[in-house]
Design a protein around this ligand. Sequence first.
Ligand SMILES: C[S@@+](CC[C@H](N)C(=O)[O-])C[C@H]1O[C@@H](n2cnc3c(N)ncnc32)[C@H](O)[C@@H]1O
Length: 202
Amino acid sequence: MNDIRRDAPSFHRNIEPITQKMHEILSKNSLHVLEIGSGSGQHTTRLSREFPHLNFQPTEYDVDNLPSINSWCEGYHNVEPAVQLDVSKKQWFEDEATKFDILLCFNVIHITPWKITEAIFKGAKNVMSNECQLLFYGPFKIDGKQTSDSNGEFEKWLKGKDQGFGIRDISEVDTVAKNHGFKLKRRHPMPANNLICEFARV
Ligand SMILES: C[S@@+](CC[C@H](N)C(=O)[O-])C[C@H]1O[C@@H](n2cnc3c(N)ncnc32)[C@H](O)[C@@H]1O
């Protein structure tokens, strides 16, 4: 690994089941993938290798992560240069002509304020195709309850960092989704008490 490339330890634990699940659930007609909060860029690089027919647009809020993403994805013909994106911006891209078919949002909404969850659905409305899939990977609460003791401990740790962070309840996320023309389609159980929550347009 070179010193530009960042390494997220959780990537190594989670990427195999994520990849496997995406093979099962991604629509065969999809072309364009938008990733929110790409972080180190490791998910982007692995998934772009796994799905060579898809074109990936990685994005990051923190500009300091952009070189890492671009370095991990160097040489991949199906990955665009990473761009800075704060999802709470009114308009995500200057040119919103390209419509994305898949939105990936891994490990973001529990570690950002609730307004970021709202902003993601609000922005997605303008940039996603009609048949899109929005995939949120991470821990979730179901019916207001944690799905494991370890998620409860994790939430305490998140709240210690910022009271506005927290493991989101699926039905509350779904309410926000519906306010913006999306709805929960399926939830896919994943190892380590995580889920992929899949949203589609209503
Ligand atoms: C825990 S990291 C997850 C990174 C990566 N997706 C992963 O799973 O390894 C949370 C990410 O949320 C991003 N984020 C925080 N605020 C954001 C915002 N306003 N708009 C877009 N992304 C944001 C951070 O920059 C960071 O990359």
